[in-house]
Design a protein around this ligand. Sequence first.
Ligand code: NAI
Ligand code: AKG
Length: 414
Amino acid sequence: MMNSLVATSRNFKNAAKLLDLDSKLERSLLIPFREIKVECTIPKDTGEMASFIGFRVQHDNSRGPMKGGIRYHGDVQLDEVNALAQLMTWKTAVASIPYGGAKGGITCNPSLLSISEQERLTRVFTQKIHELIGTHTDVPAPDMGTNSQTMAWILDEYSKFHGHSPAIVTGKPIALGGSLGREAATGRGVVIATEALLNENGKTISGMTFAIQGFGNVGSWAARLIHEQGGKVVALSDLSGAIHNANGIDIPSLLTHVFENGGLLKDFSGADVIGSSEAVLHTHCDVLIPCALGGVLNSHNSDGVTAKYVIEGANHPTDPEADEILNDKGVIILPDVYANSGGVIVSYFEWVQNIQGFMWDEDKVNSELKKYMTKSFADIKESCKTHCCDLRMGAFSLGINTVARATVLRGWEP
Ligand SMILES: NC(=O)C1=CN([C@@H]2O[C@H](COP(=O)(O)OP(=O)(O)OC[C@H]3O[C@@H](n4cnc5c(N)ncnc54)[C@H](O)[C@@H]3O)[C@@H](O)[C@H]2O)C=CC1
Ligand SMILES: O=C(O)CCC(=O)C(=O)O
């Protein structure tokens, strides 16, 4: 698998070439604004001390406060967080929301930590970075391995230093100022994006077959909404393996099973086991939606993809080498910086509601989300036409051009 920062930066450089970007400006846009690395030491429940490394990379703030999730996963390391922060910068620009990009994470396996250990770790991490984040500087949110409870602990810890600050994080519980619709937003956005692409090709979700890797926040909401719209989810996977049912998996039954089974889809009686999580990538289907880790589609396995469309619910699931292989096979890829932007778009609505001190109803959140995503799909198509390129390069060049213009307007002189 290619290093995620190398992969993301390669996409950036190819788009910068299409834009004929000044080489000094190009270099400046690629370099992150700030990289933070902190040691977080906590007592485990046993009384033993344990140290973890936490990161926050603030990539760019030319268009507004930096924005992006916090990931708890064993593979978290600086290059990965850097790549994810950079993606946030282009993603917020593609979505036309007034933010820059950031991302954070702690190298840990949350399933091996008790809830109180996770709480202590989150609070220590917040103590270490609280002076460098802020409602108008850098606003965290959930990502893999974190959720609304994690955001509640950050809010509480941050507020001890700075006073009650609901807008310091998004994706928080509704009872603490979270937005209706945020929990479902990334999955809902994935489905809106899928619909836009399929409609353009004379198709609809209803009657199409789908395979989804990852059944956490993004994957489970995407599956639920696809099922509701008449799409057939034939394969799914998570950390515990992959399952398949050619007649379509009954998603409501699976959700009940997962809820009662420690969050895992293994042992579900309504489908056959098809092996490791990677098996789902090669399942016969119309649409493949990776919703887990980065780099899962690479030079070793992309040739086996049979789907006609890949919708990137995860961040950077496709290596540039896999991009080439899939493009040669005629597979259409809807890139992460658009396909999974529903989460950060509704995070923006949450932040706006917190600042206004006014709560929107869920219909308003969902209809505004659709409006933003419909507009950005049209903007990407226009960019593809201008630069004669595929959707990834269309989205990257749109995002990079928007950030470059803001940077120059603020007084950057090439
Ligand atoms: N939560 C959000 O709002 C957003 C998330 N994303 C991206 O979506 C992806 C998933 O994030 P969430 O759903 O929030 O995470 P999550 O922690 O809720 O769920 C992750 C899922 O992936 C599965 N998984 C982990 N390792 C796997 C592997 N090797 N093979 C197959 N499945 C595996 C887990 O079992 C779980 O089902 C990540 O790439 C994240 O960056 C993107 C935009 C926003
Ligand atoms: O909701 C947010 O602010 C960030 C979501 C995120 O981390 C992502 O889009 O990858």
